[in-house]
Design a binder for this molecule. Structure first.
Ligand SMILES: C[S@@+](CC[C@H](N)C(=O)[O-])C[C@H]1O[C@@H](n2cnc3c(N)ncnc32)[C@H](O)[C@@H]1O
Length: 286
């Protein structure tokens, strides 16, 4: 977003339980996966030895928690969205992961009775929360020697190129965004409200809660994946600004428009997607 005051900035937005309504079933299929070397990189930088507990806050369908489960005694995934928690449970059973537990709860309600943890992760989730309050809460839930890690897909890396480098066309993201605007208006929807911006300055928030300055680690991911048209539809429906609930009983019609647009960009219905590097922001108590 460039220049001038922005309508509906993140500060004015309030969370409600419809934020990801209907998105959970599309999430694991639609979203870009984390780097294959994410878990080993976390194990190395956090000096994991197979023991301790991990809490994944805003776990969605369990993407980070499930990747990390074999590196710890146990993991707990927490999410405010009941359908996300159900998807995480389903994925854990499917992958035969028995040391994971799932809790439906808002991060703002922490610590609850969850106990203490060696590691607390936030996978692309902290920006939705009451950040000072949640940073304070997790500071008090860390065991001595513990750390908090924000895990993100670093969308600026690799830099956007005309072509992702694979055999198929890129996903026409600008045209998909134009379709979103046509259906839902110019401002980005988020639950029952609007939100056009995301906060930054996380390091300040965490330092204020008693953490030392962050350590940044970039985990490269040079893969180019082949995605089907249905995978791309799942990506669109997995995001909060085009979550299924926003279309009400016209969801089928929207998906029809989306499929036509995607087929126009790639008549074979195949797309090449360049994966993003992952960025870890590791924070330890001062
Ligand atoms: C973009 S998804 C990230 C899912 C997963 N962590 C990942 O790495 O792919 C954000 C998740 O944060 C959850 N979330 C948003 N605000 C929350 C809050 N205040 N408390 C708990 N979970 C929240 C949403 O329900 C959603 O599942």
């Amino acid at each position: 977003m460039t220049g001038g005051p922005t309508s509906y900035p993140w500060q004015a937005w309030r969370w409600d339980e419809t934020l990801f309504e209907g998105a959970a079933v599309y999430y694991r299929r639609g979203r870009k996966p984390y780097a294959a070397s994410l878990a080993p990189a976390l194990a190395e930088h956090l000096e994991l030895d197979g023991h301790g507990r991990l809490l994944d806050v805003g776990c969605g369908p369990g993407n980070v928690a499930l990747l990390m489960a074999h590196l710890l005694d146990s993991v707990v995934g927490l999410d405010a969205d009941a359908a996300m928690v159900a998807e995480a449970e389903r994925a854990a059973a499917e992958e035969g992961i028995a040391n994971a537990n799932w809790v439906q709860m808002r991060a703002e309600e922490l610590p609850g009775s969850l106990g203490t943890f060696r590691i607390v992760t936030f996978g692309q989730s902290f920006h939705w929360m009451d950040r000072p309050r949640v940073a304070d809460a997790v500071r008090d839930m860390l065991e001595p020697g513990g750390a908090v890690v924000q895990v993100d897909l670093w969308h600026g890396s690799p830099p956007r190129r005309e072509s992702p480098g694979g055999p198929y066309p890129a996903v026409p993201e600008a045209a998909v965004d134009e379709l979103r605007r046509r259906w839902l208006g110019p401002d980005r929807r988020a639950g029952q409200g609007f939100r056009n911006t995301s906060p930054d300055g996380e390091d300040q928030v965490f330092q204020h809660a008693g953490f030392a300055p962050e350590q940044i680690v970039v985990v490269p991911d040079g893969r180019v994946l082949e995605r089907s048209l249905d995978d791309v539809v799942a990506w669109v429906l997995s995001t909060s600004s085009t979550a299924p609930h926003l279309f009400g009983d016209r969801l089928g019609e929207f998906v029809g428009d989306l499929r036509a647009l995607l087929l126009d960009a790639s008549p074979t219905g195949r797309f090449s997607v360049a994966l993003s590097d992952n960025r870890l922001r590791i924070r330890r108590p001062r």
